[in-house]
Design a protein around this ligand. Sequence first.
Ligand SMILES: [Zn+2]
Length: 331
Amino acid sequence: MQIQLKRKACSFAHLAAALVFFLLAVKAEARDWQIYKISNRDYVSCENVAKFYSFQRFAKEGSDRIFAVPELMMRWKTGSQSIYVNNIKFNLSFPVVGSGDKALISTVDLAKLVDPVVRPSYIKKPIRFDTVVIDAGHGAHDTGAKGKLGLEKNYALDMALRLEQSLKQRGFKTLLTRRTDVFLTLSQRVDIANRQKNAIFISLHFNSSGSQTANGIETYALAPQGTRSTNGGSNPWNSPLSGNVRDAENIALATSVHAHVMNDLRAVDRGIKRARFNVLRGINKPAILFEGGFVTNPTEGRQINDPGHRQRLADSIANAVVKFRTAVSGR
Ligand SMILES: [Zn+2]
């Protein structure tokens, strides 16, 4: 297990109640974990998690397990590959396993999701950043998703420029991978990000589907080593990728952005997901890919076409970057 348990317990820091981030005071040691082996994979029990993180309330309601302190509620369901933290949906790498009256979560999900989400201040050696590399997806002949009212490449660029202004107002430096309607390969985008010091990376996209009913916002972080991508049916990927050095920060950044946007925009929540997109796998900085709704959905297509809506998205993401920095560094 890669959970860092030796750092001294942090004090409670109250962030906005609507947000997921909450810094739990934990004094437990690694020996406090009892490991269950299922199909050669390590798991821990719900009781163990409740005790380790000192949740004041822990309840079993049928197949649900509820963990709560005043500012945070986490809900698991046996058999499900999603958990909810403050009503934000997270996709697990492996489903919650029911065994008798126990619900078991994989140690991969404990270390790579639950821990950095419920106590980001414990992330080891977090990046100190003052720059945000903003990547507007697609460009030129690569139009991205096509909606009735507009193209993904144009919406993404417009939002990137808005996010740049919003971040500058909050004291950050910014670098855009493109400022005009040009084509960049995915590796060019990665190179731009990796040349920057003290930076994080946010790739902006909008979604499409053959079905007009598909809707909602989703945020991607790189899938950890040894797990499947949330979207793919492929076998678990066992080689480490450059981006995996930032696993904890990746999910913490995804959490902050997704929770802020869900809270501010009241959008349909498709969850925080895992993938091995080319723009995420090679980046040695905390990195996420944000999908801000479906241009192919009539309602969302109209919203995305509204500059005011794109401004609200950009401002929400900028506030999330501020909160991420505070959450991981205590600044
Ligand atoms: Zn795209």
